[in-house]
Design a protein around this ligand. Structure first.
Ligand SMILES: *[C@@H]1O[C@H](CO)[C@@H](O)[C@H](O)[C@H]1NC(C)=O
Length: 111
């Protein structure tokens, strides 16, 4: 069962955008993120800040119509975010924000 899960997840991971966590994770500050594109990415994507344990927990829209070939972007974390370890960045299809193009690892925001 475990083996089946691993092999069925791998092609998905290999084709997704892999986002870094922000260089500075203090709420209200601007810092750079970078990413590695996947093989089946949309031509542009939007960047959401999400609650890592809530698929509908949108915490902020950090960018729209991002050109994947840039590879890096300055983002500003919203001020007033709760200081906790439970955020992820999610790249989404611009015409269907429920469809993820990729994720960052989970990270903590500080105040
Ligand atoms: C994320 O969602 C969980 C479950 O709903 C909640 O307990 C937690 O406080 C939320 N975290 C943030 C940063 O909103």
């Amino acid at each position: 069962m475990k083996l089946f899960l691993i092999t069925s997840l791998l092609p998905v991971l290999a084709s997704a955008v892999t986002l870094s966590i922000p260089a500075n994770t203090k709420a209200g500050t601007t810092s750079q993120i970078t990413w590695v594109s996947g093989s089946f990415d949309p031509p542009t994507w939007s960047l959401f800040l999400m609650n890592s344990s809530d698929p509908f927990g949108l915490k902020g829209i950090l960018g729209e119509n991002i050109d994947p070939s840039l590879g890096a972007l300055d983002i500003t974390l919203p001020s007033g975010l709760k200081a906790t370890n439970g955020y992820i960045l999610k790249a989404v299809y611009p015409d269907n924000v429920d469809r993820a193009a990729g994720w960052s690892p989970k990270f903590a925001v500080t105040n």
